[in-house]
Design a protein around this ligand. Structure first.
Ligand SMILES: Nc1nc2c(ncn2[C@@H]2O[C@H](COP(=O)(O)OP(=O)(O)OP(=O)(O)O)[C@@H](O)[C@H]2O)c(=O)[nH]1
Ligand SMILES: [Mg+2]
Length: 221
């Protein structure tokens, strides 16, 4: 019960939130077991709108020669990114969330049903574009990757710590634009490492290709 006015709102909100997360955890565990059985490695890409998530998948797909890639593409509206990736010949399951700000493990489970026949080795999940909500939802992935572009500002790890805390990798995109923006790479990395000391950082440009080989080498390993 709310102690200020007795409306009960705070208690209800917390209870519903906890129930949603534990329901999500059940689906995440199912996904993890299913992915393991199918021997598919799963990467959850989390980042702001326009950070370069779809571009990163496109660039990876063009250069990847270690087995089949499939994609679960989450967007609040439209199937535009799914169409971009299908145009490269990738199997894609589009999840249009209708305004919901994240993918949850159940959505991913349903979407993987559409892809399982394609027998992928690597599954990218492009989460809905934002740094906040997706960070709370385990999807059963092997690897959580934050995609941050240099145009977003160096303070983002401090403002959105949960995304950086749960990630194993930070892909820093658009480094070709570094000469034109006030972005201190050192400061950004120091803030990110204060939150997550073991975070691996891969700066790259999807425009010039700089740093892409390190990303591909990391994926192979
Ligand atoms: N200069 C430059 N532009 C980039 C780079 N990566 C992506 N872009 C551009 O940034 C814009 C957004 O890229 P997307 O890959 O669509 O971004 P996204 O994260 O998938 O965006 P949402 O799906 O809307 O959340 C596009 O115009 C890309 O061409 C980069 O490394 N350098
Ligand atoms: Mg996208």
């Amino acid at each position: 019960m709310c102690e200020t006015c007795g409306c009960g709102q705070r208690k209800i909100t917390l209870t519903v939130g906890e129930a949603l997360l534990s329901e999500n955890e059940r689906w995440a565990q199912k996904n993890r077991a299913w992915f393991k059985k199918r021997q598919v490695k799963v990467i959850n890409l989390i980042g702001s709108p326009g950070a370069g998530k779809t571009s990163l998948i496109e660039a990876t797909a063009r250069l990847w020669n270690q087995g089949k890639i499939a994609v679960i593409e989450g967007d609040p509206e439209t199937q535009r990114d799914a169409e971009r990736l299908s145009a490269l010949g990738l199997p894609v399951a589009a999840v249009t969330t209708g305004g919901v700000c994240h993918l949850d493990a159940r959505m991913v489970h349903q979407a993987f049903h559409q892809l399982v026949e394609t027998d992928p080795h690597l599954l990218f999940i492009e989460n809905v574009g934002n740094l906040l909500c997706p960070a709370d939802f385990d999807l059963g992935e092997d690897l959580s990757v934050v995609v941050l572009s240099v145009t977003e500002g160096e303070d983002k790890p401090e403002k959105y710590p949960q995304a950086f805390r749960r990630a194993q990798v930070l892909v820093l995109t658009k480094i070709d634009l570094l000469p034109y923006v006030d972005f201190s790479l050192d400061r950004c990395l120091s803030l990110a490492r204060q939150i997550n000391p073991s975070l691996k950082v891969l700066p790259l440009s999807l425009k010039t290709g700089e740093g892409l080989s390190d990303w591909l080498e990391f994926l192979r390993s």
